[in-house]
Structures are given as structure tokens and as C-alpha cells.
Design a protein around this ligand. Sequence first.
Ligand code: SME
Length: 159
Amino acid sequence: MNKTEIYREAESRIAELVRDLEDPIAAMASAVAVLHDLLPAASWTGFYRVVAPELLRVGPYQGPVGCLEISFDRGVCGAAARLEQSQVVDDVDSFEGHIACDASARSEVVVPVFDSKGALVAVLDVDSHDTAAFDDIDRTELERIVRLLRPCFDRPSQA
Ligand code: SME
């Protein structure tokens, strides 16, 4: 499958998994499992949740241990949250303030996640051990996928 076909498959699987799911943790965990399984370049796939003004905390992820908290003024994730704009980084060593949870990560894409009211609730981060692994197809497709999760954030996680 080419990249677009992979994302069509991911979107189909995630849409089915999160349909009527009013639990953001379960929705994020399901999306991460599908994406990490299908994206050949992914070495780390996960969410960082907005837990306080200007603060992200790790959510469901797959890959090496990720750092627990990231303030909005740090890293690629902080930039995506602060600017509410996706970040595609071809070479993490050229991104000032990049946070290297995995020393082998070479490139990264981070997209902001919003709830149905348009409030920032998380960012989705995908890292790769390959340089320039992500492009505008990944950015637009991941933005499309996180839109599927919007309704899931409208209710607090179930106990
Ligand atoms: N590289 C990210 C930090 C998250 S770890 O890669 C999972 C950043 O610079 O924000």
C-alpha cells in the first residue's frame, strides 16, 4: 500500500473503533494502536494531553518511554500546542528545543487535537528513526484522523 492507502485503512479502522465511544483515553489508545501498527516509519506514536494551561502530559502511546510532561514553550509538541498548528520536522537536530525522548528519533510530525468546541485537548506525536519520514500527506491525514476523535473528548473519561 502507498502512504495514502495506508491512511485510508487507518481511518477506516479508527472510525469503527471510536464510533459512539465517549471516552477519550480509550479513543486515543485505539488510534495509537492502529497508527503504530500501520505506519511503517513510526518509531513512537502517542498523544500528549492538555492537563493544565500551557502543560502537556503523556497519554496513550506506543514505543520507547516518552517524557511525562512538556510545557507549551518546549519541544515540537509544545510548538504544536502553543501555535495550534501541525509541525513536520525533517531533522529533529535542526529543531531548536527538540526534546529527545528517543535518541534514535530523526524526524517527527505533531498535530494538534481539538474537541467539538474547538478547544485544544491534546497533540498527536509520531516519531521516526528515518530522516524526513513525514510530509504534507502525513500532516493532512493525521489532522483528518484526529478529527474523528473530536466527539470522544466531549465527555470526561469513564472510570
Ligand atoms: N520529541 C517531542 C517530545 C516527545 S518524545 O519524542 C515522545 C518534542 O520535541 O516535543
